[in-house]
Write a protein that binds this ligand. Structure first.
Ligand code: HXC
Length: 268
């Protein structure tokens, strides 16, 4: 329902479902079951728009993204992709949507059941924490279509799972199980499928109670580890650590510990 009472998240979307903010958490459900949640432009653009709104809304402290019980997302929409020539691919607005998703500054937790393939696996790698149902399957099958991953599936994957497994996935197109994905660091926990979303929400709600400036700094500094030297990463960490000493929430956190009470963080 379209409401204009300030809760701008509650638009009508075609390809996703967006929950109200509950305990600081918004849940986004990919919702094109008939196409195995293929990530057509419309879907990616709606996802990027909602994340932008979540970014702007102080009441949102974390976001959970999920699919359905059979599929997280089966990749780029192959039917849509088929219509693009090289210039079409060059000017594809999806590149911009992916960038907007990557720049989301708050914690993004994915709950993955079933297939997470191609762009679906790449979307998983845009999440900060990934909980997988034990029926999840991860893969980069683009090679079967004569292409390669195009939304970070070479670069983020190799940084996440290491060279041999990244090569195996991208060159052979084979899928790996949730347990293998956990062994290789692509996901942090495996649950029964019925529990993956609840566990993701549990983590997101917990993060939502933490001091938001520190959470944001932590995400930024952790992600920098992918692309910087140890020395400059440590320097950035020290700067963020110093910056946090100027926040009220840091004083509150320390005072609450000393006074043996729960902290009341205000985001200042
Ligand atoms: C469009 C898709 C789709 C996709 C599935 N469907 N995946 N439509 N794009 N990526 C549609 C099918 O056409 C079919 O609809 C319905 O979803 C169910 O799919 P089936 O194949 O009938 O189901 P099943 O036999 O269970 O096999 C599931 C599957 C298979 C293993 C996931 O669908 C599959 O291999 N899909 C493609 C996976 C893939 O190659 N992904 C990478 C895409 S390239 P209809 O109406 O036909 O029955 C990519 C590049 C990223 O992601 C680059 C980012 C910039």
């Amino acid at each position: 329902q379209n409401t204009d009472d300030g809760n701008s998240m509650q638009h009508e979307y075609q390809d996703i479902l967006v929950s109200e903010v509950a305990d600081g958490v918004v849940t986004i459900t990919l919702n094109r079951p008939e196409a195995y949640n293929a990530l057509r432009t419309q879907l990616l653009s709606e996802l990027a728009d909602v994340l932008q709104q979540c970014s702007d809304d102080d009441s949102v402290r974390a976001v959970v993204v999920t699919g359905n019980e059979k599929v997280f997302a089966a990749g780029a929409d192959i039917k849509e992709m088929a219509a693009l020539d090289a210039v079409g691919v060059l000017n594809d607005p999806r590149v911009m949507h992916w960038r907007r998703i990557a720049q989301f500054p708050k914690p993004l937790v994915a709950a993955v059941n079933g297939f997470a393939l191609g762009g679906g696996c790449e979307l998983v790698m845009h999440a900060d924490i990934v909980i997988a149902g034990d029926n999840a399957q991860f893969g980069q099958p683009e090679i079967n279509l004569g292409i390669i991953p195009g939304a970070g599936g070479t670069q983020r994957l190799i940084r996440t799972v290491g060279k041999s497994m990244a090569m195996q996935l991208v060159l052979s197109g084979e899928f790996i199980s949730a347990a293998q994905a956990r062994d290789f660091g692509l996901v942090s926990e495996v649950t029964i499928p019925e529990r993956s979303l609840e566990r993701a929400l549990e983590l997101a709600r917990k993060i939502a109670t933490k001091p938001p400036i520190a959470v944001r700094q932590a995400k930024e500094v952790l992600l920098k580890a992918y692309e910087t030297t140890l020395d400059s990463g440590l320097s950035l960490e020290r700067k963020a650590f110093t910056l946090l000493a100027a926040t009220e929430d840091r004083n509150e956190g320390i005072a609450a510990f000393m006074e043996k009470r729960k902290p009341n963080f205000t985001g200042k």
